[in-house]
Ligand binder design. Sequence first.
Ligand SMILES: [Zn+2]
Length: 200
Amino acid sequence: MPLPVAHALIGASAVVLSRRRFSLKRDWGMMVFGAALGILPDFDIFFSWVLGFGIKWHGSFTHSIAFAATAGCVSAALRREGEMRDIPVYALATLSHGLLDVITKKEFGGAQLFWPFSQRTYRLKLFDYFEWYPNPFTDPLREIFERAFQISCYEALIFAPMLAALLAARLWLNRRRERQAAMKEGQTGKETDEHYSERI
Ligand SMILES: [Zn+2]
């Protein structure tokens, strides 16, 4: 199952991908927030492990489109510079969690994407990504931490380059757009100068 490192990197990537006119200097805080939103749905483990509601609660309502939309609205309202147009960006960062769970689960788990309209847990059943379902009540904690650390390292190796590639692509697009705008401005200026000299 994907661990917080994968979800955080995908959440940040969702911000880079969906933010209109992304700027690293201006939007790095939004990226960090997106990373946190990417992890947020797995806090439903509280219902399973702490309140003892059973493992079925994991992957439930916090992994749904409805929850992602709500988290998007609340996040945009909470962020100081939050604006309405940021709602889809935050919602997508939150939903990226459920989608990654759906893609990477085979035998167990998944996401109740359409809660509250359907209780069905969706998973693509294509491959099992780091097949590991720890039980903190029966498994030795040392083993759990060691395996979690190992998987987190693999996740950083897989998803950090993806985020870096997305960032590089967005920054390249920004630079190209700026160059085009500057060229257009230069052309307009030249045309105005030519027009002015013609009139003289
Ligand atoms: Zn999850």
